[in-house]
Write a protein that binds this ligand. Structure first.
Ligand code: HSE
Length: 437
């Protein structure tokens, strides 16, 4: 049998602990599948004494993850520290430069430094595997990187953050507050160390930037993503969406348009009957549309220790199965040096339907003024509904508009005009509608 694959792990949080536990519990299965043993030979983590459900007494402990990354005791370095710079970046770079294969779950790191790290990995002839960085346990990286050669992608979109989908699902199903749902997501180990990364869309944007690069062969451009989170989604929006035949999801969307590539993360209305609308709780889903295969939809657990560990272990097993000296495939599906510059489509040119919820004074002429602003901006309405608002129903009404396809620029101009007209009693709410089958 081939020599054991020596694995060094930096970071034993929720995911790291699950990785060592499963490696120990399923050691025989890994050996049978890979034709060699997988052994954790080195660890760097904050607390040496904590019980992780696996015997780690044979592993060498390092206080400094960079020393572990460079150590001669390992063949593969697994980075589960997190963060886009600092120790995570230093140790991944050091490991690649030392000619070690790297497995990481770190989307923030790849969003910022992915292309530079890929160049190092490719020049050293080692693997940089990152299946766990996007959509937890769903094998979307392998699918896009390896299984779709020759396909031209037109749009890739999905539910990429388990915490947000969990919150939106429970808000809709149980009428719970945003804060209560967030607390539960944190308790269950879904949320990032700083949950604003989840709820304000940063985590989705990091993952989307990686998918965009795989989809369109462009350099990662995570700073060029239009981003809105879910913290201003109210029960009023969720109820109105339901009445109109929609469900609200936080989507990340990358789409090829005539003027460039749109990358956007925002709460989105999807038809209740669409497949993606049936994706509930911490489950993620990624839809990929191409000229050859048509539309693929992958769904599965997007966060949590075991789901993410499953992807990390698959990446480690791929390294164990690869032959020594074998020329490995490029990190982002094509050589890093050939990734093209990203050409951004401006958000104001985005075309689609819109949901607009206005809280207005109940007085003569308001409805007409709203309709006029729409017409002045060439926005055609699919529906317009008026409701009374709670205890103030004598003075306030909610007006809900759904538009036919129009542009972001037209909607912004119309809503600015309505705001200036002075009929609103609260901030207007605008939610984009996404075509989904
Ligand atoms: N906080 C992330 C999520 C974890 O909720 O999806 C997986 O990246």
């Amino acid at each position: 049998m081939a020599e054991a694959l020596r694995v060094g792990i930096a970071g034993l949080g929720t995911v790291g602990a699950a990785v060592v536990r499963i490696m120990a519990a399923k050691a025989g299965e890994f050996t049978r599948q890979c034709g060699r043993d997988l052994v954790v030979t080195a660890i760097s983590a904050r607390d040496r004494t904590k019980d992780r459900g696996a015997d780690l007494s044979g592993a060498k402990w390092f206080d400094d993850p960079v020393s572990l990354a460079k150590s001669g005791d390992i063949d593969v370095f697994v980075e589960l520290i997190g963060g886009d710079s600092g120790p995570a970046h230093d140790c991944v770079k050091a490991a690649l430069e030392a000619g070690r294969h790297v497995v990481t779950a770190n989307k923030a790191l790849l969003a910022k430094h992915g292309v530079a790290l890929a160049e190092i990995a490719e020049s050293k002839g080692v693997l940089l595997n990152y299946e766990a960085a996007v959509a937890g346990g769903i094998p979307v990286i392998k699918t896009m990187r390896e299984a779709m050669a020759g396909n031209s992608v037109t749009r890739v979109f999905g539910i990429l953050n388990g915490t947000c989908n969990y919150i939106l699902t429970r808000m809709e199903a149980e009428g719970l507050s945003f804060q209560d749902c967030l607390k539960d997501a944190q308790r269950l180990g879904y949320a990032e160390a700083d949950p604003t990364f989840d709820i304000e869309g940063h985590d989705t944007a990091h993952k989307l930037s990686i998918l965009t690069s795989l989809a369109f062969g462009t350099k990662i451009a995570a700073d060029d993503i239009y981003m809105e989170g879910i913290s201003n989604i109210s029960q009023a929006d969720i109820r109105a969406a339901g009445e109109l035949g929609y469900r609200i999801k936080l989507l990340g969307v990358a789409q090829k348009t005539e003027s460039g590539i749109e990358q956007r993360v925002h709460p989105t209305m999807v038809p209740t009957a669409s497949v993606i609308a049936q994706v509930h709780g911490v489950t993620n889903a990624v839809a990929i549309e191409t000229d050859i295969v048509g539309e693929l939809l992958l769904s599965g657990p997007g966060a949590g220790g075991n789901a993410t560990a499953s992807a990390v272990l698959g990446d480690i097993a791929d390294i164990a199965k690869s032959s020594p000296g074998f020329q490995h495939g490029p990190v982002f599906g094509r050589p890093a040096k050939e990734l093209r510059p990203y050409k951004k489509a401006q958000m104001r040119t985005h075309a689609g339907g819109y949901f607009i919820r206005l809280t207005v004074h109940d007085r003569v002429g308001v409805f007409a003024a709203v309709a006029k602003r729409m017409a002045d901006n060439s926005i055609s309405l699919e529906s317009i509904v008026q409701h009374a608002v709670g205890a103030n129903e004598d003075q306030q009404k909610t007006v809900i508009l759904v538009t036919h396809e129009t542009t972001e620029a037209a909607v912004r101009k119309a809503v600015d005009g309505i705001t200036k007209d002075g009929h609103l009693t609260d901030k207007p709410q605008v939610i984009r509608i996404e075509r989904a089958g």
